[in-house]
Design a protein around this ligand. Structure first.
Ligand SMILES: Cc1cc2nc3c(=O)[nH]c(=O)nc-3n(C[C@H](O)[C@H](O)[C@H](O)COP(=O)(O)OP(=O)(O)OC[C@H]3O[C@@H](n4cnc5c(N)ncnc54)[C@H](O)[C@@H]3O)c2cc1C
Length: 376
């Protein structure tokens, strides 16, 4: 049996769900096809830090996009909470970046000054003040505080986006594997699963790091790269930390249920998602050095996931060359949760209304388009 949709989104991670929601809000008939479970990969195992300011190293287009996306969270979370009945626990109460060395301190003070020049809220806090705020923190030389950054429960966020989309009529199909594209010259007309064919006017590929394989089968190549990250979750000490705290080689994030997330590694090891003892050891050493009190806490989880990276560090969002109706949204690397509100809106406005927000345009896949005459 054939089914027909305005837009078919391939990939049910945070990007696929945000894009589907923003399209359904505009009245489009949308379907999301997911190979495994909705929101089951990167989004469910992130630290959920919304680090638009604290984890940006220079003012550039990506920084502006992150700020824009952060500003969309409060309104969108209220809307999604109401539409889904799920509270993703957004907290925009600030994120800290602590200095371990004089070099860290210099770098962080420079960050403070270029952000202040842009009239952004940012402060330097001395060690005594930090001790009052985060009694669990060990010795450091002070910290940068970005009060407008924050955190969200990323697993609940994707769940809520998917549920709100469902209630707006989006159809979700999970555990879909294998799947082929239905091609029609310069169009991708739909997908064919084992039992059914789903046709569409337009298609968005939002399959995280696995988007490369989908593109390969459509004879398009984008310089994407998986970057493995591992996280450890501890039982936690209530009120030891008031919010997420970064340092140059890790971060810790207190959860509302008392648990503490310790992260993270950045490993370029292909598509391997197995947690390793080496990473567990290095995260444990780092955490114990930063906060000796953590040493005795039980480890309740240890997980690994893949971040969708791109060669220039920016997301890849927009129409794909060689096709009239094919779009991509991936490459959000370590800030996909943060960038999910902007990406959903950007893709929905662009695909359905041909209105591409100027902040997203520099991240079009066209920047990787082979020059005429060059081998593909
Ligand atoms: C350890 C770690 C910590 C992180 N911490 C943060 C953080 O604190 N803040 C932040 O903003 N970001 C964070 N991130 C990054 C964030 O998780 C990602 O950028 C984001 O999840 C990417 O979303 P996505 O939808 O593009 O990809 P994914 O979440 O990977 O989703 C892609 C989906 O596509 C599906 N899929 C794959 N192939 C197919 C196919 N052929 N057909 C159908 N479906 C398919 C997959 O099963 C998956 O469900 C972290 C990531 C990791 C790994």
């Amino acid at each position: 049996m054939n089914h027909s949709f305005d837009v078919l989104v391939v990939g049910g991670g945070v990007m696929g769900c945000s894009i589907a929601y923003h399209m359904a809000r505009k009245g489009a008939k949308v379907m999301v096809v997911e190979r495994r479970s909705i929101g089951g990969h990167a989004a469910s195992l992130t630290a959920g830090i919304l680090a638009a300011q604290v984890d940006s190293d220079m003012p550039n287009g990506l920084f502006d996009l992150c700020l824009a996306s952060r500003s969309l969270f409060p309104g969108l979370v209220d809307e999604i909470n109401l539409a889904s009945g799920t509270d993703p626990e957004l907290e925009l109460g600030g994120v800290w970046f602590a200095a371990e060395t004089e070099e860290d301190k210099k770098f962080l003070l420079e960050k403070k000054s270029w952000q202040q020049e842009r009239a952004l809220p940012v402060e330097w806090q001395e060690p005594d003040r930090l001790k009052e705020i985060h009694p669990g923190l060990g010795e450091c030389l002070g910290a940068l505080w970005c009060p407008a950054d924050g955190q969200i429960d990323s697993g609940q966020w994707v769940f809520a986006l998917a549920e709100a989309s469902r209630r707006k009529g989006v159809r979700f199909l999970d555990q879909v594997s294998p799947m082929d594209f239905v091609r029609d010259r310069r169009r991708v007309a739909g997908v064919r699963t084992k039992d059914e064919v789903f046709l569409c006017d337009k298609m968005v590929l939002a399959a995280g790091v696995w988007t490369s394989f989908l593109l390969e089968s459509l004879r398009i190549s984008l310089p994407l790269e998986p970057v493995k990250g591992q996280l450890m979750v501890l039982a936690g000490i209530p009120r030891a930390f008031r919010g997420p705290v970064y340092a140059s080689s890790g971060y810790l994030v207190p959860r509302s249920d008392g648990r503490l997330v310790i992260g993270t590694t950045e490993e370029r090891v292909g598509f391997d998602v197995q947690p390793t003892l080496e990473a567990q050891r290095s995260l444990a050493d780092w955490a114990a050095r930063w906060s000796p009190g953590l040493n005795a806490l039980p480890v309740v989880e240890f997980q690994a996931g893949l971040r969708p990276g791109s060669v220039d560090g920016g997301p890849v969002m927009g129409r794909l060359w060689d096709y009239d109706n094919l779009f991509v949204a991936t490459g959000h690397y370590k800030k996909g949760i943060l960038m999910s509100p902007f990406t959903g809106q950007f893709m929905a406005d662009g695909i359905l209304d041909e209105r591409w927000h100027p902040l997203g345009v520099p991240f079009s896949p066209d920047r990787f388009r082979p020059k005429a005459g060059a081998p593909k």
